[in-house]
Design a protein around this ligand. Structure first.
Ligand SMILES: Cc1ncc(COP(=O)(O)O)c(C=O)c1O
Length: 402
């Protein structure tokens, strides 16, 4: 190891369970109500309100939320198996997997090399008579360029589903992520901005879509009985109606329900989301300041002036081809955890499923080969960030890059 610095552990995610979170989880346990109840309903409503949406539906993961949201849109609009959904060529694999689970076809579009998000200028060329929806991903915490995406969607009569699994609370042109598409989905998996262990949410404004999503996470139940409170306070004919229909399943659904414990953790963190967000943004700002003098080697995150960045992580592209893996190994040797920035098209499973020529996606190809991310989460201290900056300098100072 070249550096003489005292080694630190810098994870891509970090979590401290607060006294409030412990209390909420204990309340959930003490209530003897572990399935969807008070905490799930409150978390859903508060999360939806903060993203300017009427309805929030919590599921057991971001993937589940995305899967049911797309299924609900497919049902509502009468889309057919084999219809197409446009997705970015760089994203976490769940984005395109859920299109496949819905028996639809993902059509990949290259991304912007600086923001890592879908390049709106390349979307129109991918539209065919079978295209039904665009699925932009707000990657790493940065909102996609939604205005041109929405314009294209209107022009071609396409729906929009936002994959906001990595991004919460921040605004694009004054409006929060998750408020643009017909539906938008979020993840609260580990190392995300809010962490509930497993968990996710779908948001929308259309009551019909919300009911279908709720039904789909609960085995496709009849909307008259979507949770165990649905028969409370009913009498006579209303009660008879519920009794008749509560074990009726009207569509092919899933067992994607969350528990009260996850929602209790989520609600406790939601109540302090501003400080979580500010700490991430401050850490990212410090990293950018501290690494700026290495800009000839490293492409640091870009934040276009019309939007905010939630910094679920801190993405970096190494400019010299072939150098990333050496830098990443050096960082990991110094306790700094890294992840490659979402190579997608050349995943073994996708090589079997699609016959894609990755050279048609030059930005995605460059990112898959040269980009990675590190953590900038709220549990990192100024000393941790200073250490990360020093280790990067050590690597380049020692001439490892030539
Ligand atoms: C862009 C994106 N989409 C979807 C998901 C899936 O979320 P989950 O892991 O909660 O299923 C993730 C998760 O990490 C993600 O980063």
């Amino acid at each position: 190891m070249a550096t003489t610095l005292q080694k630190r552990q810098i994870g891509v995610g970090g979590l401290k369970i607060s006294a409030r979170a412990r209390q909420y989880v204990m309340n959930a346990l003490d209530s003897n109500r572990l399935s969807i109840g008070k905490y799930v309903h409150t978390f859903e409503a508060e999360f939806a309100r903060l993203h300017q949406r009427r309805f929030g539906i919590m599921a057991n993961s971001g993937t589940s939320a995305l899967q049911v949201a797309l299924a609900a849109m497919k049902e509502k609009h009468g889309w057919q198996d084999g219809d197409e959904v446009i997705v970015p060529a760089i994203t976490f694999i769940a984005t395109s997997n859920i299109v496949l689970y819905n028996h639809m076809q993902p059509v990949f579009v290259d991304v912007d090399p600086l923001t890592y998000n879908i390049d709106p200028e390349k979307v129109e060329a991918a539209i065919t008579p079978r295209t039904r929806a665009i699925l932009p991903v707000h990657l790493f915490g940065l909102p996609s360029d939604m205005e041109p995406i929405l314009e294209i969607a209107v022009k071609h009569n396409l729906a929009v589903l936002e994959d906001s699994c990595e991004t919460m609370f921040v605004r694009y042109k004054g409006r929060p992520v998750g408020s643009f598409g017909e539906a938008a989905c979020f993840s609260t998996y580990v190392a995300h901005i809010l962490v509930t262990g497993v968990g996710g949410l779908a948001l929308c404004d259309d009551p019909e879509l919300a009911v279908i999503c709720r039904s789909l996470i609960a085995h496709g139940r009849d909307s008259i009985y979507l949770d165990i409170d649905s028969d409370d306070n009913l009498t006579d004919n209303d009660l008879r109606d519920v009794i008749e229909r509560r074990f009726s399943f009207v569509r092919l659904g899933h067992s994607f329900r969350p528990t009260e414990m996850e929602a209790a953790l989520g609600l406790a963190q939601l109540e302090e989301y501003e400080s979580i967000l500010q700490a991430r943004q401050r850490n990212a700002r410090r990293l950018t300041e501290g690494l700026q003098d290495l800009a000839e080697h490293l492409q640091l995150p870009t934040i276009p002036p019309d939007r905010e960045h939630a910094f679920m992580m801190y993405p970096i592209t190494v400019k010299k081809p072939g150098l990333r893996n050496e830098l990443v190994a050096f960082l990991e040797n110094h306790g700094i955890e890294t992840r490659f920035a979402f190579p997608l098209l050349d995943q073994p499973v996708y090589k079997k499923l699609f016959h894609l020529d990755v050279r048609q996606f030059p930005a995605a190809e460059r990112i898959s080969k040269n980009a990675f991310y590190i953590g900038c989460h709220q549990e990192l201290t100024d000393e941790d960030i200073g250490y990360v900056i020093e280790v990067f300098h050590d690597f380049f100072r020692n001439g490892r890059y030539v």
